[in-house]
Design a protein around this ligand. Structure first.
Ligand code: NAP
Length: 433
């Protein structure tokens, strides 16, 4: 039998356990595919005494990172700890020692990806990170390889299962945000502290990775516009449906012009999507990523964006790929991020808008509001009066605009809010497509 490829896991949590289980249970299959066995050689954990639902040899568990990073027998380091530190430092050390690295860590790849890819290239190895976006959904590899003949025009994605579950429950079952979040937490779809998901940070990390790959440019996460889902109310879903839309938390990166030069739009926010669009039908914890290329047109990748087995699917595929590269000496992929596209400011965005507001229920109110829109050249497409509150003598109206510039819409909102006939601007959402 050929000598084994030694794999060291850093982390044995949800994903690490899924990967370890696949390596232990499907070892024969992988050995046949590879022509050499893949051996689970060492596993770094925080607590070696924790009960683990895996038949794992306690002798390979360690709490000492040096036993992974400094052991010459380790061929592939698989980082599955999560968080920025110490994960980023361990990955850097592994690459600097000439090890192939596989990671599922979106935060590390979003913040340090270009630097780590460049380091890997200098060391003649590679860092593979398919699971960092969309778990098992193949997207990193297609962007690197199968779509490389295209100029990518846009990437639009639902890449956070927790928020998609919450939005689906608010839409289909009329739940309010707090109840939908509590149910997501009960089912294990949301963390006890859900900030990372519901405020859009997680989607921003994933979009930074996707946009950097798709547009060959560095897109730092802090440069991406971010808005979470906490301001959405049940009535927004009802009104959106009546108007022919669904509401989704979208991560969007698109080529756009700014001041006559080529630029990139990168943003994460809830948006109204026409009901007929494929992305509008992606419900529950599912993820989907739509890529639009000049040659291929639109293609959608959809599937489970989290979980032990779906994520292990991508991690093990990367391990197999790294093992092949080790065996055959394939040159590593260089970091192709030299396009240096500037990011277009959010205030320059042009799209249609949905605006919900509560106003005094008396004659002449609409004329005052329409004047504010006109003053800022924001053209109104429709105004619909929704619920009225007879006791308070107020009415709720929903305004849909034609395509307008975000800066103008924001200036309009500021003026509208100052009118004494306007009680509250309840929500303002962008319309996609
Ligand atoms: N969960 C998913 O569905 C999913 C999907 C796609 C990508 N990912 C990514 O995969 C990575 C792992 O996620 P997870 O859900 O598997 O996390 P997790 O369940 O919290 O597991 C983390 C593991 O890392 C170990 N660990 C953490 N910090 C450590 C340290 N400083 N030193 C040594 N060991 C340490 C923990 O050890 P102990 O076991 O001893 O506590 C645990 O085994 C993250 O980057 C995540 O974003 C997760």
């Amino acid at each position: 039998m050929a000598t084994p490829v030694n794999v060291a896991l850093m982390g044995l949590g949800v994903v690490g356990s899924g990967v370890a289980r696949a390596l232990l249970e499907k070892g024969d299959v992988y050995a046949r595919r590879l022509g050499r066995p893949l051996r689970l050689y060492r596993v770094l954990v925080r607590d070696p005494d924790k009960r683990r639902a895996l038949p794992i040899d306690p002798a390979i568990l360690t709490t000492d990172p040096a036993r992974v990073l400094e052991d010459q027998q380790v061929h592939i380091v698989v980082e599955l700890m999560g968080g920025e530190r110490p994960a980023a430092d361990y990955i850097r050390q592994a690459l600097a020692r000439g090890r192939y690295v596989v990671t599922a860590n979106k935060e590390v790849m979003a913040k340090h990806g270009p630097e780590l890819l460049a380091l890997a290239h200098r060391q003649g190895v590679d860092i593979l990170y398919e699971a960092s976006v969309g778990a098992g959904i193949p997207i990193v590899s297609p962007l690197k390889r199968d779509l490389s003949a295209n100029d990518i025009r846009a990437v639009r994605a639902i890449i956070n299962g927790t928020t998609n579950y919450i939005l689906t429950r608010m839409d289909s079952d009329g739940l309010d945000f707090t109840t939908a979040l509590a149910q997501a937490q009960e089912l294990g779809y949301a963390e006890p502290d859900p900030t990372n998901d519901v405020e859009g940070h997680d989607a921003v990390y994933k979009l930074a990775i996707l946009a950097s790959l798709a547009f060959h440019t560095r897109v730092p996460p802090e440069a991406i516009y971010r808005e979470g889902i906490t301001r959405l109310q049940g009535r927004d879903f009802r009104y959106a449906r009546e108007l022919g839309y669904r509401i989704k938390l979208l991560a969007i990166a698109r080529r756009a012009a700014a001041n006559g030069t080529e630029a990139l739009e990168a943003r994460v926010h809830p948006a109204l999507l026409p009901q007929g669009e494929l992305l509008a039908k992606v419900d529950g914890v599912l993820n989907a990523i739509e890529v639009e290329g000049d040659l291929l047109g639109r293609v959608v990748f959809q599937g489970q964006g989290a979980g032990a087995q779906p994520t292990a699917s991508a991690v093990v595929a990367d391990i197999l790929d790294a093992a092949q590269a080790l065996a055959h000496g394939r040159p590593p992929t260089p970091w192709q991020g030299d396009a240096e596209l500037p990011l277009r400011p959010m205030t320059d965005l042009e799209c249609r808008y949905y605006i919900r507001m509560e106003v005094a229920d008396r004659p002449g109110v609409l004329a005052q509001i329409a004047r504010c829109f006109g003053d800022h050249r924001v053209s109104i497409a429709s105004v619909i009066q929704k619920e009225t509150n007879e006791a308070a003598q107020t009415a709720e109206i929903v305004i849909m605009t034609h395509i307008a510039r975000e800066a103008d819409v924001r200036a309009t909102m500021a003026d509208v809010q100052r009118l004494d006939v306007v009680c509250e601007v309840g929500n303002f959402l962008r319309v996609e497509g």
